[in-house]
Design a protein around this ligand. Structure first.
Ligand SMILES: *[C@@H]1O[C@H](CO)[C@@H](O)[C@H](O)[C@H]1NC(C)=O
Ligand SMILES: *[C@@H]1O[C@H](CO)[C@@H](O)[C@H](O)[C@H]1NC(C)=O
Ligand SMILES: *[C@@H]1O[C@H](CO)[C@@H](O)[C@H](O)[C@H]1NC(C)=O
Ligand SMILES: *[C@@H]1O[C@H](CO)[C@@H](O)[C@H](O)[C@H]1NC(C)=O
Ligand SMILES: *[C@@H]1O[C@H](CO)[C@@H](O)[C@H](O)[C@H]1NC(C)=O
Ligand SMILES: *[C@@H]1O[C@H](CO)[C@@H](O)[C@H](O)[C@H]1NC(C)=O
Ligand SMILES: *[C@@H]1O[C@H](CO)[C@@H](O)[C@H](O)[C@H]1NC(C)=O
Ligand SMILES: *[C@@H]1O[C@H](CO)[C@@H](O)[C@H](O)[C@H]1NC(C)=O
Ligand SMILES: *[C@@H]1O[C@H](CO)[C@@H](O)[C@H](O)[C@H]1NC(C)=O
Ligand SMILES: *[C@@H]1O[C@H](CO)[C@@H](O)[C@H](O)[C@H]1NC(C)=O
Ligand SMILES: *[C@@H]1O[C@H](CO)[C@@H](O)[C@H](O)[C@H]1NC(C)=O
Length: 395
């Protein structure tokens, strides 16, 4: 059993109740509505060669968020959002992309339809699917409005990011936003609704436990299932039929929760597992198959499984986080991961959401390290210098 614990060096230490021998934590990639996230890895070593390292993100309330102020570099040739110049460097090669519109964190918000339209114009040249993390700051409606105005072939996995400690305040608020968006836009461009983002991991963290199927995990599971049930009721009251799923760390799904959903989305991050860049693509496949696909197949409802997030950071804001184990954060390594993962994962039929669309400045400001540097695009929406998008168009 290899395990280590490394405290966060940016002033967040509310997770030190995690037993050092059970998990180690590292600051991690984050997203969502006003939440601070953690990557937690349960380093679980079987006697077999299998190295099962769970990667996950948890959340706690954030203190601040930055609003969007990024300028656009995209060149619209007219004021009609559906008439935009295509970039020959972009290819429709991604199954899906993980996305949070800039300025979608409470309390500041600050996102705008114009910005989201630019994002959708770019992402529609890479994929036909985007996934959101939460619904605060009107992001569901903004994305659906942008899809409507750009007329692109895109569906969105809407999301609700509940918090276990707020008597469902965040959940209720987001449910109402999702409901309103469905009432306005219908479901033509909505693929599904995801309820929960690392909810179980976060619940275990907050309550000093590590087993997603232990009593604490089941207790958290009941809270999440109540939200899932409520979302299903909301949808059926609207008379719409959409899949409802949940997203969690790749080794932190609670079985009772998975049994209540149509799909599960698993974060699978070679970076946080200290996997070398040369092994990253294969590791991602193996981890997802061994932990998530297999688990889903063992349940009576056999939920559909997706990789919720996978990617590679291109830089760190401090030297200590420049590397994690054997490989550095670099554009060259992101390129290697793109070259080794994307087309093969498409061939393999893996349903994945690449993490992520663009660098998110608020994460860098709030968490430092590699947090803000996972984008294919810079924060100003230019493709990162040195990145070549793989060309293996999905049919
Ligand atoms: C936008 O694109 C048009 C034609 O594609 C070009 O003539 C114009 O200079 C571009 N404008 C900017 C600001 O890049
Ligand atoms: C839109 O994308 C879906 C995949 O998400 C694809 O099956 C469909 O053929 C596309 N439609 C058009 C008109 O390109
Ligand atoms: C949310 O966004 C939509 C689309 O732009 C807009 O019509 C609506 O007024 C916005 N709602 C709020 C509360 O800002
Ligand atoms: C929790 O929310 C419910 C309604 O959503 C309310 O009836 C109840 O009083 C709240 N409990 C607390 C402790 O705030
Ligand atoms: C979306 O676009 C279509 C035409 O492309 C339009 O008829 C419709 O009213 C738009 N708005 C909504 C909310 O769907
Ligand atoms: C959720 O719904 C299922 C199926 O209808 C039901 O069996 C279960 O008791 C509900 N759980 C909660 C926590 O609401
Ligand atoms: C419990 O959760 C873990 C992680 O999702 C999973 O691998 C395991 O199969 C689950 N079920 C049981 C009965 O332990
Ligand atoms: C594709 O599947 C093969 C096994 O069939 C595996 O070895 C490979 O790593 C997978 N590739 C990716 C990118 O997932
Ligand atoms: C990953 O590498 C870092 C050093 O970059 C080290 O501190 C950490 O213990 C390693 N974790 C594992 C699980 O090997
Ligand atoms: C990672 O970066 C550090 C500092 O820039 C460098 O010393 C080291 O050689 C790099 N390691 C790899 C594997 O590229
Ligand atoms: C966009 O951001 C990148 C990275 O910060 C920078 O190198 C580039 O000059 C910027 N481009 C524009 C057009 O602002």
């Amino acid at each position: 059993m290899t395990a280590a614990y490394r405290d966060d060096d940016h002033g967040y230490s509310d997770h030190d109740h995690i037993a050092p021998n059970d998990a180690w934590m590292e600051k991690g990639a984050s997203t969502s509505s006003g939440k601070k996230k953690w990557v937690v890895m349960g380093g679980v070593l079987g006697l077999a060669a299998l190295i099962a390292i769970g990667v996950a993100l948890g959340v706690t309330l954030s203190k601040k968020s930055s609003s969007s102020s990024s300028s656009s570099s995209s060149n619209s040739s007219s004021s009609d959002p559906s008439d935009f110049t295509k970039d020959a460097n972009l290819h429709l090669s991604f199954y899906g992309i993980a996305y949070t519109p800039a300025g979608s964190q409470l309390p500041d918000c600050g996102n705008s339809l114009d910005d989201v339209i630019l994002d959708i114009q770019l992402m529609s040249q890479l994929t036909t699917r985007v996934r959101l993390y939460g619904a605060d700051c009107n992001q569901s409606a903004l994305v659906l409005e942008a899809i409507n105005q750009t007329k692109v072939n895109m569906t969105v996995y809407l999301a609700n990011y509940p918090v276990s400690t707020d008597n469902n305040t965040a959940y209720d608020r987001q449910r109402d936003e999702i409901k309103a968006a469905i009432e306005t836009y219908g479901t033509d461009h909505i693929a599904a609704v995801t309820v929960g983002n690392e909810f179980i991991l976060d619940y275990l963290d907050l309550n000093g436990a590590t087993d997603p199927n232990g009593s604490v995990g089941n207790e958290g599971g009941e809270l999440l299932i109540a939200c899932i049930n409520d979302t299903k009721s909301m949808l059926s009251d609207l008379g719409v039929d959409l899949p409802v799923g949940t997203a969690d760390a790749g080794s932190y799904f609670n079985d009772l929760v998975l049994e209540q959903v149509d799909y599960g989305m698993a974060n699978v991050h070679p970076w946080f597992a200290n996997v070398s860049i040369n092994q990253a693509a294969g590791w991602t496949w193996e981890f997802f198959e061994d932990n998530d696909v297999k688990l889903a197949q063992s349940l009576s409802n056999t939920p559909e499984m997706f990789v919720a997030e996978t990617g590679w950071p291109t830089e760190s804001s401090d030297t200590a986080d420049e590397s994690n184990g054997p490989s550095n954060a670099s554009v060259a390594n992101l390129q290697t991961f793109l070259d080794t993962y994307i087309c093969e994962a498409n061939t393999n039929g893996t349903k994945y959401f690449f993490f992520e669309f663009f660098d998110e400045k608020w994460k860098d400001e709030e968490y430092g390290g590699v947090e803000g540097w996972w984008g294919l695009f810079n924060a100003n929406r230019t493709l990162k210098d040195g990145i070549t998008i793989p060309d293996c168009v999905l049919s």
